[in-house]
Design a protein around this ligand. Structure first.
Ligand SMILES: Nc1ncnc2c1ncn2[C@@H]1O[C@H](COP(=O)(O)OP(=O)(O)O)[C@@H](O)[C@H]1O
Ligand SMILES: N[C@@H](CC(=O)OP(=O)(O)O)C(=O)O
Length: 501
C-alpha cells in the first residue's frame, strides 16, 4: 500500500488520493523527507513526495484513521496540531445579489449554518450594485469640484446602504466607519486632482468588498458564530499590476494556504474573505481581478487549500442554457466540464468570471453553481469530465461590443508566412485575439474586449493595429459587432450546425 504526501499547490491529485487530509506544520524543507520517511517506516507504508518546494512549509498527508494514529504517535513538537483534523472543507462564494441587504445577509448566514458539517471559507462580493455606484461616484468626482463631492448621489447611496444594513443587523457602526470616512477623503482627492486613474479606480471599488465582509463577519460573531474577516490583498493574493484586470500569480497559492490554514489551526474561526481584490506584485497597490472577479477569488482559495468543493452562490438556479435576460425560460444545465464552463464564461455568459475555472481545473476541485434565493434547486456541477453521450447543445452565449478585423491579402494565394506576420503584429502590440476564420485570401478575427478596457486606449490601440496591418494587407475595421457562441458536443458539431443554419 502507498500513501501520497504532497505540498499545497499540487496540480493533479492522484486518483486514489483521499480528500480527507491531515495538515502538518513542518519547520524546514529538509524535515519533509525526514518526516515522510519516519511515518512510512513506523506504519509499514510506502510513501512518496509528489511535489516539493523549498519555500513552502505546509505539508499535506493523505490519511486514513490508521495513518492519523501513526502520525500522532510519531509527532515531534509542533509538528501536528490536533485541530487540523477538523479542517476547512469548502469555499462558499456569495455574489453582490446574495448580500444586497441586511435580510439577504441574514439568509446567507442561515444558509451557511444549515451545513454544520462544512467548515467553509466564505468569499463575498460588494453589496448589491456597490461596485457600479463607486465607479460612477469616482467619475462624477473628477468634474464636480471638491465642495460638491458629498452631494454625489451614488456616494450617499453607498453610505446609506451600509449604515442601514449595520443598523438592521444590530452591529456597531464603528465596523466600517473608518472606511466610510476614507471613502469620502478619496473622492475629494479625486475631485482635487480631476483625474481617475485605473490604479485609483481599483482602490476606490475595493471599499465595497472591504465593507461587506466586515459587516458580515461582525454579524456572524454577533449571532455566536466565530468569524474572522480578511482583506485578500493582506493575505497573499499577489497579482500582476494590470489595474482593473489583474491576473493571479502562482505565489498566491502557497501564501494564501499558509495564512488561512495557520490561523485556522491556531484559532478556528470562519474566514470571511474579500472577493475580487489583490495586491500588485510590483506596485504593492490594491488591484482588482476584472468585473465579477470574486468567482476567481473563490476558485483560487479552493485550489490553494485543496478543498473538497467550491460553491458559487448566485441569484439564478445555476448556469442556464442562455442569458435569462434575453430568454426568461432558459433552463439550468445540470452538469458541465471545466472546459465548457470556461468557454461559456469567456464568450460572454456573465454568470462566471472567464478566468475562474483555471484554478478549479488545475486543482481538480468540483465547482457547484447554486441559487442563494432557492437553495433547494440542484444547481450546476462543474467537473473535469462528464457523460457526453447524450449531450448535443449545452448553451448559447452572446458577447457584445466586439471589434472585428477583416484582413485581405491578394498575395496570400500560395504564399507562406502571411498568417505568421499578421499574428506577430498582435503579439508585438500585446493584443489578444478571440475568434479567427481564414480563407485562402482573407482572415477575419475578433479582438478580446477586456484588453481594450479604457476608451482612450481602444482608439489608440486600434489605429496602431490597423496601421501596422495595412503594411501587408487591406484592412477593414468593424466595431460594435457580437459573437454568438454555441457551446456543445464537438462530436455532434455537424448536427448542431445543420439545425442552427
Ligand atoms: N448562461 C447564463 N446562466 C446564468 N446566468 C446568466 C447567464 N448569462 C447571463 N446570466 C446572468 O448572470 C447573473 C449572475 O451573475 P452575476 O451577476 O455575476 O452574479 P453574482 O453577482 O451573484 O455573482 C444572473 O442573474 C443572470 O442574469
Ligand atoms: N463586486 C465586483 C466583484 C464581483 O465578483 O461581483 P459579483 O460577484 O456581484 O459579480 C463586481 O461587481 O464586479
Amino acid at each position: 500500500m502507498e500513501i501520497a504526501m504532497h505540498l499545497f499547490g499540487v496540480q493533479t491529485p492522484q486518483p486514489a488520493f483521499s480528500r480527507r487530509h491531515l495538515h502538518c506544520q513542518l519547520l524546514s524543507s529538509q524535515k519533509h523527507l525526514h518526516f515522510a520517511t519516519s511515518v512510512a517506516s513506523a506504519s509499514g507504508l510506502r510513501c512518496r513526495i509528489v511535489q516539493n518546494c523549498r519555500s513552502w512549509r505546509v505539508l499535506r498527508v493523505s490519511c486514513e484513521e490508521r495513518i492519523v494514529d501513526v502520525l500522532k504517535r510519531n509527532k515531534t513538537k509542533n509538528q501536528i496540531c490536533d485541530g487540523a483534523l477538523n479542517e476547512l472543507t469548502c469555499v462558499m462564494k456569495f455574489g453582490g445579489s446574495s448580500v444586497a441587504s441586511a435580510d439577504r445577509m441574514r439568509e446567507v448566514a442561515d444558509l451557511i449554518l444549515k451545513f454544520p458539517e462544512e467548515k467553509p471559507v466564505i468569499v463575498l462580493s460588494a453589496m448589491g450594485k456597490t461596485t457600479n455606484k463607486l465607479l460612477l461616484a469616482g467619475e462624477k468626482a473628477v468634474s464636480c469640484g471638491i465642495s460638491n463631492v458629498s452631494d454625489i448621489d451614488e456616494l450617499s447611496c453607498v453610505k446609506e446602504l451600509h449604515l442601514r444594513t449595520m443598523d438592521e443587523l444590530g452591529i456597531d457602526k464603528s465596523t466600517v466607519s473608518t472606511h466610510l470616512e476614507e471613502l469620502d477623503q478619496l473622492l475629494k482627492a479625486i475631485a482635487q486632482v480631476k483625474e481617475l486613474t485605473l490604479r485609483t479606480k481599483d482602490y476606490l471599488v475595493s471599499f465595497g468588498e472591504c465593507m461587506s465582509t466586515r459587516i458580515f463577519a461582525a454579524y456572524l460573531n454577533k449571532i455566536g458564530v466565530k468569524a474572522r474577516q480578511y482583506d485578500a490583498f493582506d493575505i497573499g493574493f499577489i497579482t500582476t499590476d494590470d489595474f482593473t484586470n489583474a491576473d493571479i500569480l502562482e505565489a498566491t497559492y502557497p501564501a494564501v494556504a499558509k495564512r488561512l490554514h495557520s490561523d485556522w489551526i491556531s484559532d478556528p474561526a470562519i474566514p470571511i474573505v474579500t472577493g475580487y481584490l489583490g495586491k500588485g506584485w510590483r506596485s504593492c497597490a490594491v488591484t482588482t481581478l476584472g468585473r465579477g472577479g470574486s468567482d476567481l477569488t473563490a476558485t483560487t482559495i479552493g485550489k490553494a487549500l485543496g478543498l473538497q468543493e467550491i460553491q458559487v452562490w448566485k441569484d439564478v438556479d445555476g448556469v442556464l442554457t442562455c442569458d435569462p435576460n434575453i430568454y426568461p425560460l432558459a433552463e439550468p444545465v445540470p452538469h458541465l466540464t471545466f472546459e465548457e464552463a470556461a468557454e461559456l464564461a469567456y464568450f460572454g455568459a456573465q454568470v462566471l468570471h472567464p478566468q475562474s475555472m483555471r484554478p478549479a481545473r488545475e486543482g481538480d476541485i468540483p465547482v457547484r453553481v447554486k441559487n442563494s434565493y432557492n437553495p433547494k434547486a440542484p444547481g450546476t456541477l462543474i467537473t473535469r469530465s462528464r457523460d457526453m453521450s447524450k449531450a448535443v447543445l449545452t448553451s448559447i452565449v452572446v458577447k457584445r461590443n466586439v471589434t472585428m478585423l477583416d484582413i485581405v491579402s491578394t498575395r496570400m494565394l500560395g504564399q507562406f508566412g502571411f498568417l505568421a506576420k499578421v499574428f506577430s503584429i498582435f503579439e508585438d502590440l500585446g493584443i489578444s485575439v478571440d475568434v479567427v476564420a481564414t480563407s485562402e485570401v482573407s482572415i477575419s478575427l475578433t479582438l478580446d474586449p477586456s484588453k481594450l478596457w479604457s476608451r482612450e486606449l481602444i482608439q489608440q490601440e486600434l489605429d496602431h493595429v490597423v496601421e501596422e496591418l495595412e503594411k501587408i494587407a487591406v484592412v477593414n475595421l468593424l466595431q460594435h459587432r457580437s459573437i454568438i457562441s454555441l457551446i456543445g458536443n464537438v462530436q455532434r458539431s455537424s448536427l448542431i450546425l445543420e439545425k442552427v443554419l
